[in-house]
Design a protein around this ligand. Structure first.
Ligand code: HAM
Length: 419
């Protein structure tokens, strides 16, 4: 036998028994997108490396360590890999916003996308090389109400998929005006303790001192005494953040202040947030996250335009649902079509009539004994079996009770299985 070829490391096949949970979370995301007046946008799965380098920051993990590069065909100009699979969609959506002159549309723009992202990381629990996000972006609104609206939306998503105990952690990391002083304060503080920092943090200290705060290896006492973002906010940022918190309180959204929350991508300004199952710590446990990116449109060559958004990790959402034993809504009952004769055309005609009426139907294409067909119908999860013979009428068997009604018209069957 030929050697088998395994699925690539850090990726997964989703088998039929796993996809109902995906249908559920994607369905909730789509329904919420409708209720929150978000419009769908799609962008390519790969973009130029420089979009991510400039947008997410050279020192972000996503760019520095996890870029999944895509090379062009052999001999092509792009053979040297100027592209990367998207590690996240925000930079690409902002690129599209600029490229299509979307700033002239009546704003703010409220956009959404569900799809796969790629990060070439070391695979582990809840960390994949291909994973899916529900992404939401609102571009063109600087006010605090939209921050609260999106945090409430994320919170609602987790509640509607059936998770309990999800909390939003929020922080404000300031803007171009007040961030430099905060950076200096962090550099001053951590430089005095450099010997206690991990190698990663020592390297980051001068390039991106905020990231030192979310280093897993940061000693607890150093973290606890570190300068806090909210103590360094300028007046405008402080007022913005206070307004966001007041609105979250008014909406009854469960949130906690987290002074160490700085996010892993460089485009963030002001409000930053992440969702966790209460009590879970660490980046790897984040179910989702987002924040404001008021400088990103300009950084990528557009006119200054504020923005805010989130990406909710669907893989981790589903893992959390499994852990909490969330029961998925029952699927509409399945009807099997079986028959004692060889008249498969008639079985298919009955199947077509039922499908026309909206019923989910699985016809048995075999000529096995009726008992065998009924057995496999039950195994396939059918709730009913319609038994077809030469006559115009059919019999309907309830596969859980075993009860059977004979000589029924198709309309009667439709009414019985839909009721
Ligand atoms: P992020 O925090 O990098 O933000 O990712 C958002 C979520 O995607 C994470 O909280 C996590 O649930 C999931 N995720 C990230 N990496 C992996 C992985 N390797 N395996 C499984 N799940 C993962 C962003 O991507 C931003 N674009 C969010 C945003 C939108 N900010 C503003 N707009």
């Amino acid at each position: 036998m030929a050697k088998t070829i395994p699925v690539p490391r850090g990726t997964r096949d989703l088998l039929p028994e796993e996809t109902p949970a995906w249908d559920r979370v994607e369905g909730v995301a789509r329904d919420l997108s409708r209720r929150y007046a978000l419009e769908r946008i799609e962008i390519p799965l790969f973009e130029r490396v420089e979009l991510f380098a400039r947008g997410l920051g050279e020192s972000s993990d996503a760019v520095e360590k996890e870029m999944f590069r895509v090379a062009g065909a052999k001999g092509s100009e792009e053979e040297a890999a100027p592209w990367a699979l998207r590690p996240e969609p925000t930079a690409g959506i902002v690129r599209a916003f600029i490229e299509h002159g979307m700033h002239v549309r009546p704003g703010p723009l409220r956009l959404t996308l569900i799809g796969p992202m790629f990060r070439y990381d070391r695979p582990q629990a809840g960390r994949f090389r291909q994973f899916s996000q529900w992404d939401v972006e609102v571009i063109g609104d600087a006010g605090p109400a939209v921050d609260a609206e999106l945090i409430e939306l994320g919170h609602r998503f987790y509640a509607e998929v059936g998770l309990t105990d999800v909390v939003a952690r929020v922080n404000s990391i300031g803007d171009a005006e007040c961030r430099p002083a905060y950076r200096d304060a962090l550099i001053g503080y951590f430089s005095a303790h450099e010997d206690r920092l991990s190698e990663d943090s020592r390297r980051r200290l001068r390039v991106n001192p905020l990231r030192v705060l979310d280093d897993k290896e940061l000693p607890a006492d150093l973290a606890a005494d570190a300068p806090r973002g909210i103590d360094h906010l300028c007046n405008a940022c402080r007022e913005h953040f206070e307004a966001v918190r007041a609105m979250l309180d008014a909406l009854g959204v469960r949130y906690e202040l987290d002074h160490r929350l700085v996010r892993g991508l460089d485009y963030y300004t002001r409000t930053a947030f992440e969702f966790y199952v209460a009590g879970r710590e660490g980046q790897q446990q984040a179910l989702g996250g987002g924040g404001r990116y008021d400088g990103l449109v300009e950084l990528l060559g557009g006119r200054p335009t504020p923005g805010i958004g989130f990406g909710l990790g669907l893989d981790r959402t589903i893992l959390a649902m499994e852990e909490q034993g969330v029961v998925l809504p029952a699927r509409p009952p399945l009807v099997a079509i079986v028959g004692s004769g060889d008249d498969h055309a008639r079985r298919l005609r009955v199947a077509a009539d039922l499908r026309e009426a909206g019923v989910a139907v699985r016809p048995d294409g075999s000529s096995r004994k009726l008992g065998k067909q009924l057995e496999s119908a039950a195994k396939a999860g059918a709730r009913w079996a319609v038994i077809v013979d030469e006559g115009e009428t059919v019999a309907l068997k309830d596969l859980s009770s075993g009860e059977q009604q004979d000589a029924l018209a198709i309309e009667t069957v439709v009414a019985a299985v839909s009721g």
